[in-house]
Design a protein around this ligand. Structure first.
Ligand code: GLN
Length: 538
């Protein structure tokens, strides 16, 4: 069977959930036994989102092979349970970078290098790359941005050309639009969809399927009208109604037969029905919690929920695993201090201190950690959150009052967190952190070992600073244990306080590998510890 390509574009407005629709379709096709991957083409000029502030673009997701990517790749992995890679996220910046480098090498000698064909050829090459690996039956490509934007035009042109070049039964295009509800008129409006499809048609792309994001049911009449005016077959106007959880969307898409319509286009009508047994088991637990825990998420980007996307999703998975609802309370570390910490944290059953960069809000994180440590409140620190629990312990238990991370004070004489050796010569900011998956050896008879049940684990990273091993012996003597370390370099990956009921800090990002079907073990144990803490308070 030839690899089949699905292209997903969006119109009318951004944030309609193209990533979730793509992931839901992928899930349904995978659940019928197909090998599926999803890739995202982003129209911005940054090579990757690694240098973007989370306020600009939400969380930066990191793949096993160390690519800093769009957060939609997190959704792809959570829905499919399959790893993505560098090749799954392409930006305009990457395309131009390749073409300009080739021009300098002389690859186009004598030719004028242009958007068409050189940029579009490079886009097409990358759109087909994963398909040519032979590892996938279906490659779904999500085009970032909104049709009609200047930035996304070369991507839409590449889709137009591929729609023409590929055999018809190997290529399907889906356009996601918004059908707004005007409450004054009590009416759903189809005109924005018609205009959006017209914009796509003007660019030469005829969508095969329209998916309509809506707050109310689409009537058969509305569906017929949109099919007629958008020139798609009846039955190919699919409703995507607002769902209580993103994890319901695959079921909604199955009910709307999105997968069947796509498979019919591909001539693949004889596949078994999707096997969603595990997915449904997860949803069953998610929708029937027996208890609730309150978790404080202490960070500095809390105004923007997307900044901590994978952490929030990991709590959804871990909550379901514990048959418990996890209420996450965002607490702004910049405004947290000794004077208000009791009021902010005393009602919580656990504290998670988030990853981050730079000085803003750091002291608030230290205050939260001290409170959790001194009150036996379950604590979980991730990356910067782990580094700050080392700083807090060094200051308040070891008595190193000036302890700090070198990230904050390059001249410090007490760098309990220091710049990694191989980072010292790095001047370039993009893609130069310690990125991607590394092994970690877990010591037996520790909390970390009880959590993972394994002596060798692998998790993903994104950092420049590390625990300074010169302080290790003193920290361990004072009661903070390094329970996980990199087997080759000795870099401290996990710290814990054995005398505390649940206190763990990790240099890596466990949230990147949590999925509904395989919830991340630290999150699962942390929620369990929060439940126990809550019960002990009663
Ligand atoms: N800023 C810290 C470092 O670079 C932590 C990074 C993070 O939390 N991802 O090491």
């Amino acid at each position: 069977m030839n690899t089949k390509y699905v292209f997903v574009s969006g119109g009318v407005a951004s944030s309609l959930g193209k990533g979730i629709i793509s992931a839901s379709l992928a899930k349904l096709l995978q659940a019928r036994g197909l090998r599926v991957t999803i890739q995202k083409f982003d129209p911005y000029i940054n090579i990757d989102p690694g240098t973007l502030n989370p306020y600009e673009h939400g969380e930066c997701y990191v793949t096993e092979d160390g690519a800093e990517t769009d957060l939609d790749l997190g959704h792809y992995e959570r829905f499919l349970g399959v790893h993505t890679s560098k090749a799954n996220n392409v930006t305009t910046g990457k395309i131009y970078h390749t073409v300009i480098n080739k021009e300098r090498e002389g690859a186009y000698l004598g030719k004028t290098v242009q958007i068409v064909p050189h940029i579009t050829d490079e886009i097409k090459r990358r759109m087909l790359l994963l398909g040519k690996s032979g590892k996938y039956d279906i490659v779904i490509t999500e085009i970032g941005g909104t049709v009609g934007d200047m930035e996304s035009q070369p991507f839409v042109e590449a889709v137009r050309q591929l729609q023409w070049e590929l055999p018809e039964e190997d290529c399907v295009t889906i356009h996601l639009t918004l059908v707004p509800y005007l409450s004054a008129a009590k009416e759903l409006k189809t005109k924005p969809t018609q205009h959006s499809v017209q914009a796509l048609q003007r660019a030469g792309v005829q969508p095969d399927i329209i998916v309509c994001r809506t707050e109310h049911e689409l009537t058969p009449d509305l569906r017929r009208k949109m099919a007629l005016f958008c020139n798609v077959k009846p039955g190919r106007v699919i409703q995507s109604i607002d769902a209580a959880s993103i994890y319901e969307v695959p079921l909604n898409m199955a009910a709307e037969k999105l997968d069947e319509v796509v498979l019919a286009h591909f001539g693949l009508d004889n596949l078994p029905q999707p096997d969603l047994t595990k997915w449904n088991a997860f949803l069953g637990k998610l929708n029937n919690p027996k208890d609730t825990v309150n978790i404080a998420l202490v960070g500095k980007y809390v105004e923007l929920q997307d900044a901590y996307k994978s952490i929030l999703e990991s709590f959804v998975h871990a909550g379901a695993a514990n048959e418990c609802k996890v209420k996450v309370h965002s607490i702004h570390s910049e405004y947290l201090n000794e004077g208000n910490v009791e009021e902010q944290l005393s009602g919580m059953d656990g504290v998670l201190v988030a990853p981050g960069f730079g000085e803003r809000g750091l002291e608030g994180k230290v205050v939260a950690i001290r409170y959790a440590r001194e009150h036996d409140l379950p604590f979980f620190g991730i990356c910067l959150g782990m580094q700050m629990c080392v700083v807090e312990f060094a200051r308040n238990v070891l008595g190193l009052k000036d302890a700090v991370s070198r990230e904050v004070n390059p001249q410090t004489t007490t760098p309990v967190i220091d710049l990694m050796e191989d980072q010292k010569s790095t001047t370039i900011k993009g893609g130069t952190m310690r990125l991607g998956a590394y092994d970690c050896r877990v010591e037996k008879n520790t909390l970390a070992y009880r959590i993972y049940g394994s002596e060798l684990i692998s998790e993903r990273h994104r950092h420049r600073y590390e625990f300074n091993n010169e302080y290790l012996a003193a920290m361990e003597a004072a009661g903070m244990k390094a329970s996980g370390r990199n087997p080759e370099t000795g870099l401290v990956e996990i710290v814990e306080i054995p005398s505390h009921p649940f206190f763990i800090g990790v240099q890596f990002h466990p949230e990147l590998k949590s999925t509904p079907e395989h919830p991340q073990p630290i999150f699962v144990s942390f929620v369990k510890a929060a439940l126990e803490y809550k019960a002990s308070r009663k």
